[in-house]
Ligand binder design. Structure first.
Ligand code: ATP
Ligand code: MG
Length: 299
């Protein structure tokens, strides 16, 4: 699958060494200048759907998501330190990149879910549980859970799917004390963010955090946080369990790709076609809308 991802070559940046590209972001390590040793995390305008990086980009998406992440890091600052060092980045990536502290990342995708959908729903339908946590009977797509749950996933190689794992698997990977700390942090950050989003008419159905450790062992919130790429945001007024919920992310893209209009067959193994301008514009508008609703700032 990774062969088909089609991630473009990351642009060269002076004084920086490219170290990794995911579906959406490019990661560099600074080798020169005042930020030498820091990571430079650049969010592109790439969009992925159905495990493909599409040929079309969404203008400003990288900037919107970077600003959203920074806004959340600020909102959460009293709960948890974060990896952001500076936004005074090279001109070519201004607005869409941050310098951050390089941490020893825990090999766990720390997922919190307050609502049931996606891989959680699939697991629940198969076993009645998600990540070893038993749930009540009768839940549907989009149901609110009795209380938010920690549903960790193993971090897959680029192009592979993350796999839901049990809490015990996290204990094995990082030790009992750290596992408990990651779980408690994940749930408390989710709880805070969910409440904040709810006040603005958005349901934060689920989200994924990544944490890393400083040399002194302290735990720091890293990666991107609480963006539509790492979370599910649903308009609260349209929430209706028992069906797929409308969401503030790539739904428009997914809907178009799977419509007859695109001429694309998801099961064909062929790459998806370029998006029509109207779908690009509409998707951009949804990302802007999510940003503005959440932060109360205009983009
Ligand atoms: P995907 O496209 O599925 O997200 P990916 O996770 O490999 O793939 P990115 O999310 O773009 O791609 O990569 C960012 C990488 O940087 C991740 O491996 C993440 O764990 C890592 N990372 C994030 N913050 C830090 C940090 N402060 N220190 C070290 N590594 C970090
Ligand atoms: Mg990632």
């Amino acid at each position: 699958m990774s062969g088909d991802l089609n991630i473009p070559t990351a642009p060269a940046i002076d004084g920086a060494q490219h170290i990794h590209s995911g579906k959406v972001r490019d990661l560099y390590r600074m080798t020169e200048g005042p930020q030498a040793g820091r990571l430079l995390m650049v969010a592109s305008d790439r969009i992925s759907a159905y495990d493909y990086v599409l040929d079309s980009t969404i203008p400003d998406k990288g900037t919107i998501l970077t600003r959203m992440s920074l806004w959340w890091f600020d909102q959460l600052a009293s709960l948890i330190p974060n990896h952001v060092v500076s936004t005074d980045v090279p001109e070519s990536v201004r607005g869409r990149a941050v310098f951050c502290e390089e941490l020893a990342m825990f090999p766990v995708e720390c997922v919190a879910r307050g609502y049931l959908t996606g891989s959680g729903l699939l697991d629940y339908r198969a076993t009645g549980e998600v990540c070893g946590i038993a749930l009540p009977e009768g839940l549907e797509d989009g149901s609110a859970l009795p209380e938010p749950i920690f549903t960790p996933a193993s971090k897959a190689a680029v192009g592979d799917h993350d796999e839901n794992v049990s809490f015990d698997a996290v204990v094995t990977a990082v030790g009992a004390g750290t596992a408990a700390a990651l779980r408690d942090l994940t749930l408390s950050i989710y709880g805070h963010a969910e409440e904040l989003a709810r006040m603005r008419g958005i349901i934060l159905a689920d989200t994924k955090f990544e944490f890393g450790a400083r040399a002194d062992g302290s735990i720091v919130l890293a990666d991107e946080v609480l963006t539509p790429d790492s979370s599910r945001f649903w308009p609260a007024d349209l929430w209706q369990p028992g069906r797929a919920q409308p969401s503030y992310d790539k739904q428009i893209v997914r809907d178009w790709l799977t419509s007859p209009e695109s001429g694309w067959d998801r099961t064909s193994g062929e790459r998806p076609p370029a998006l029509p301008q109207q779908v690009i514009d509409h998707t951009r508008a949804r990302y802007v809308e999510a940003y503005e609703l959440l932060t109360g700032e205009s983009f």
